[in-house]
Design a protein. Structure first.
Length: 390
């Protein structure tokens, strides 16, 4: 039996690693009933409240991150069935929350919050409750957190008032919550599995929130009015989303970029020498195709340039591909155009992490939506006083 006078209890030790499950002498069975009566009421209550808040924040971070990403990163609200999906998503989150509490307590007697506060749910022999008791305990939690029982207020009152600090879920499941240093230690394998699971889950929730907030930030920036940038001769302009910005010192032209997606647009005007020597737009196309691959350390795609109309001007488009110094795949779409007074080219480039074994066409298929957005930006190239929307 474990002898406990209550004096061995160390108070709240927030770090889940410091002093974790110190080895003990062999313990046959913990006197859980006596321990639960001796437990300091107010400190035990504060620990359980803090653990509940930590778990709530963890789940909220995960829900918020996924929700923000779906709404702002994937245009989720534009879907015709968005209302149904939102309801399904909410019910799915409730189910995930129940699953999280159930499996965590069934396997380890702890959740992330309880682990951080060094308390554990146990049955009357001091061992983890197992699947059946943990399920009953957490199904009752759903009831206790409902408006019928004042959204958890009744549960916390019971913890303070009950002689063994039990809420309704503990009474129904036959469990109590005690400090881990009053209990037999978990097996080494179970302790390692618990630590690994909770650290990974915490990291996933944090990453989810960061990704969701980033998606919302991009959406808010895209919601601002677009902006236009002129070629160096001031005759033509290109319209880009509000979250793009000008890159100074960009060769002999104008470069705008969106660093969220590693997307770039570069515009250049033919020099006087090029204009005088190259008689047709086709000549300018051949000229640009001749030097550009070496300049950007890229390869021309094995397909001919295609003709198009670019807001009233003749234009040709060819594509290239390459890799940057970090191994990211790069896709280039170069459009050459001109009028009776000047030639221009517009290069659109996107870089993404991509496996060496997958070809450029596979890359373009994967990112077709993003590449189409770049094409729409290029198609906004127009005389300064002509109106074109993207």
């Amino acid at each position: 039996m474990v002898e406990s006078t209550g004096k061995g209890y160390e108070g709240i030790a927030f770090s889940p690693l410091a002093g974790y499950e110190r080895p003990r002498s062999r313990v046959e069975e913990a006197d859980v009933e006596r321990m639960s009566r001796e437990q300091e009421v107010f400190i035990g209550f504060l620990q359980r409240l803090a653990a509940y808040l930590i778990d709530s924040v963890l789940l909220l971070m995960l829900l918020t991150g996924v929700g923000l990403y779906l709404v702002y990163g994937r245009d989720f609200l534009k879907n015709e069935q968005a209302g149904t999906y939102i309801l399904v998503g909410y019910l799915g989150f409730l189910a995930f929350g129940l699953l999280y509490y159930w499996l965590s307590e069934a396997l380890f007697g702890s959740t992330v919050g309880k682990w951080a506060l060094r308390i554990r749910v146990v049955k009357h022999n001091g061992q983890v409750p197992g699947a059946g008791r943990a399920l009953v305990r957490n199904l009752m939690k759903v009831l206790e957190l409902s408006p019928l029982l004042l959204n958890g207020i009744v549960a916390f009152i019971l913890i303070l008032a009950h002689s063994r600090k039990k809420r309704l879920g503990d009474m129904a499941a036959g469990t109590v919550v005690l400090p881990v240093n009053w209990l037999p230690p978990l097996s080494r394998r179970r302790a390692v599995a618990m630590r690994t699971t909770f650290i990974v889950l915490s990291a996933v929730s944090a990453i989810s929130l960061i990704v969701g907030l980033a998606a919302m930030g991009r959406w808010l920036q895209d919601g601002r009015p677009p902006q236009s940038y002129q070629t160096l001769d001031g005759r033509y302009e290109l319209t880009v989303p509000a979250n793009w910005h000008h890159e100074p010192d960009a060769y002999n032209g104008v470069m705008v970029a969106n660093f969220w997606g590693n997307n770039y647009i570069y515009m250049e005007v033919a020099t006087d020498e090029e204009w005088n020597e190259l008689e047709t737009l086709e000549d300018y196309l051949d000229y640009v195709q001749g030097w550009m691959p070496d300049q950007f350390q890229a390869e021309l795609d094995d397909k001919p340039a295609t003709y198009r109309d670019l807001n009233g001007n003749e234009a040709y488009r060819f594509t290239m591909h390459g890799r940057d110094e970090e191994g990211n795949a790069e896709s280039y779409a170069v459009t050459v155009t001109g009028d009776g007074e000047q030639y221009y080219f517009i290069m659109a480039m996107m870089a993404r992490s991509w496996s060496e074994r997958d070809g450029i066409e596979s890359f373009r298929k994967e990112y077709r939506q993003e590449l189409d957005k770049l094409d729409r930006v290029v198609e906004s190239f127009k005389p300064v006083h002509q109106t074109v929307t993207i």
